[in-house]
Design a protein around this ligand. Sequence first.
Ligand SMILES: *Cc1c(COP(=O)(O)O)cnc(C)c1O
Length: 385
Amino acid sequence: MVRHSSRIELSQSSLTNNINFIRKKVGKDVRISSVVKANAYGHGIAQFVKMAERAGVNHFATASAFEAEEVLEVKSEATDVMIMGILYDEDIEWAIQHGIEFYVFNYERLPVVLEKAQKLGIQAKVHIEVETGANRTGMNAREFPDTLAFLKKNHAHVAFKGLCTHFGGAESFSNQFKITAQQGRFKEFVKICEKKRVIPEIRHIACSAAALAYPDTVYDMVRMGVAQYGFWPSPDIYYMHMQAGEAKGNGSLKRLFTWKTDVMDVRDVDAGEFIGYGTAYQATQDMKVAVLPLGYSNGYPRGQSNRGFVLIKGKKAPIIGLINMNLFMVDISHISNVEVGDEVVLVGRQQNNTINISSFTQLTQLLNNEMLSRLPSAIPRRIVK
Ligand SMILES: *Cc1c(COP(=O)(O)O)cnc(C)c1O
């Protein structure tokens, strides 16, 4: 049985290009941690981890233990996994047992980790996340001296794997004052470590935007999310890249994602008839219409109603009427010989035309990340060249 009405293709060569591009930017001695939260930003965690490993990545970061488990299922032996977000007490043992690194952002968690590590006889690997100005997770400076003392004393059971923080808005130049302040505070934490002689194995603070725009935020590792998928974190970062003249010769980022479906039905609609629910669209002339077998329950944003486009035979076909739960219609009056079963590109390239995810953003205010991360994990993902 065919269980899905759309499919996603992921280009290995584009990902390899992106990882090489990032590696060139950050330098070959800096480790790249591939951020694969939210089902690898909708790309599909299982497929993406394999692809990234082929491109030379051997570190993955997730937002949760259950995502880390998905990485664990497909990763190769030598690859490391790091949980940056939610890890429940009952899963700490599991993480330690599987050698998974995880963030600790308050002091009280440390004795809990110690107890489990002692019980298992396996050293836990923790990254201490410190508060520098984003005020989400991150340990206060007040708790930091006790934390260092604890790590020094219990090193046999709890390894000080990393010292890290996260920028709140590195993609906008208007936030530069905040980013600079955050980096300043991070340096204070680094200094305290040096003074107390409790040194983390690695330091890492840069996300995609910081790694691409602020070279001095690149420490021992960068946590790359959006850029590895081929998206510039923001127009600011893209223009900066263009301005530096690096677009020439040094390459650029490429999207790896194509989302496809096929024509489910083709029909003629007479002038004056309404198409789909309600009166959202009335045919102004006799029209040819293609029906597509997916809708908002399959991840296609309802905000595209009467506004978006798809590609059929390399031509843009405008969406007419509302996006339904499992169907929507497009105008193909100007495209000849469309037949049931013809390939439809929802996102990506077909012949000489492209539909970018950012066009959805313009129409519906959806963020690239939001749109991608909402794509149902049930859509099959296939790796292509
Ligand atoms: C999501 C996330 C990243 C990656 O961010 P991008 O902007 O997509 O590169 C890095 N670090 C942390 C802590 C994150 O939550």
